[in-house]
Design a protein around this ligand. Structure first.
Ligand SMILES: Nc1ncnc2c1ncn2[C@@H]1O[C@H](COP(=O)(O)OP(=O)(O)OP(=O)(O)O)[C@@H](O)[C@H]1O
Ligand SMILES: [Mg+2]
Length: 351
């Protein structure tokens, strides 16, 4: 086997973080030339995560060393926004331009493959945590079928003003929010389907005055279907946070969520494991209810960070229903601290 083939074989053992595929299969190895008995390997990848390049450099170097291939590595990183999707990505339907929400510098989607894992709870509390840490934060409820932000923020009966043709977000606890729930009555049956829901979302994303907001958290509807993919394409997201519970079913769906974002070239900032253990508010003791560590194992398997584990706390559903989220209610509680830590971990990853 020649040097080039040996190098290719070795590089096939290098996975790209989060994608579950190797860098050769992903087409990131652009060229290998033999020069003075060394394999000169050019790797070109698209990622928004600066450390991914370092990790690949390290892993590729190690793999070539293990295979006994003398080498030189040239690694180039391109920004995903500036190029076409990777060849493996499903060809996205009409290529929408990421024109929406361009004035907001940082946009983070909170998503989950499976419903009911606590995505809205995480989105709301992360937004509040960022605000407590001094950020100018907005929260956009993208769940047009089952909006939760109005109830969770205690603003169900409020209606946003329209100024100069734009909706003015409703502010509470230093977080500005917009939700379809503000625009329809709870009793109104949501009869929108497919395209209409998409249209409602476009309006929600395009016709809101977010002036001054530096960081927008988007609470996505559950799943990895068309709505989520289109959304990720229309907005140039800074990254996505995938929420899961520790059970296997949820973890499988979390992996689907991660791979969906990779396919549309959105970097996954990490996983938040929710309802990880029971933190008794009375005695302070923590009890594992589900098999523990599932989120951590899955994050490791996918090569992405675990941003935090939020314990189960009976005050979370109560706070959700009464409009006093746990980060406001008791920031020093175990879940409160877990949210604040997760917010810090996220900020570190978006530069
Ligand atoms: N850590 C937690 N401890 C206790 N209850 C929680 C926790 N996280 C979420 N819950 C509760 O679980 C329920 C579902 O949470 P939430 O609505 O945030 O999930 P979701 O993923 O947004 O759901 P959907 O898929 O319907 O949008 C809510 O009643 C919420 O209060
Ligand atoms: Mg929700």
């Amino acid at each position: 086997m020649g040097l080039t083939e040996q190098a290719v074989e070795a590089l096939r053992t290098v996975p790209f973080p989060g994608l579950g595929r190797d860098i050769v299969a992903l087409g990131y190895v652009k060229d290998i030339q033999e020069r003075d008995g060394r394999a000169v390997v050019s790797i070109e990848m698209s990622t928004k995560l600066p450390e991914a390049a370092d990790r690949i450099r390290q892993a590729a170097g190690d793999a070539l060393d293990r295979a006994g291939v003398p080498h030189e590595l040239e690694i180039q990183v391109r920004s995903p926004a500036a190029e076409a999707p990777a060849p493996e990505a499903p060809q996205p339907q009409p290529q929408p331009t990421p024109a929406l929400l361009q004035d907001v510098p940082v946009k983070i989607a909170v998503a989950s493959g499976k419903g009911g894992v606590g995505k809205s709870t995480v989105a709301v509390n992360l937004a509040l945590a960022f605000a407590r840490q001094g950020g100018k934060v907005g929260l956009l409820d993208c769940d047009v079928y089952g909006p939760s932000v109005p109830l969770m923020m205690g603003m169900e009966s409020e209606r946003p003003e329209v100024r100069d043709g734009k909706l003015v977000p409703l502010s509470r606890y230093d977080v500005r929010t917009i939700s379809i729930g503000y625009l329809i009555d709870r009793e109104t049956p949501v009869i929108w389907r497919g395209p209409m829901a998409g249209k409602a979302l476009d309006q929600l994303m395009g016709e809101v005055d977010w002036t001054g907001v530096e960081m927008l958290i988007l609470d996505l509807p559950p799943g990895t279907g068309d709505i989520q993919i289109t959304l990720a394409q229309k907005i140039s997201l800074s990254g996505a946070v995938v929420v899961t519970t520790p059970q296997d079913v949820a973890l499988i769906d979390a992996a689907k969520g991660v791979s969906m974002f990779h396919k549309v070239d959105v970097s996954v900032l990490g996983i938040v494991e929710n309802m990880s253990a029971f933190a008794c508010p009375h005695c302070g003791e923590t009890t594992e209810i589900f098999r523990s560590g599932g989120g951590r194992r899955e994050a490791e398997r996918l090569g992405i960070p675990l941003l935090g584990s939020i314990p189960i706390d009976p005050r979370i559903p109560v706070g959700g229903d009464t409009g006093v989220p746990i980060v406001v209610q008791d920031p020093d509680s175990a879940p409160g601290r877990a949210f604040l830590d997760a917010a810090r971990a996220i900020r570190e990853r978006i530069r």
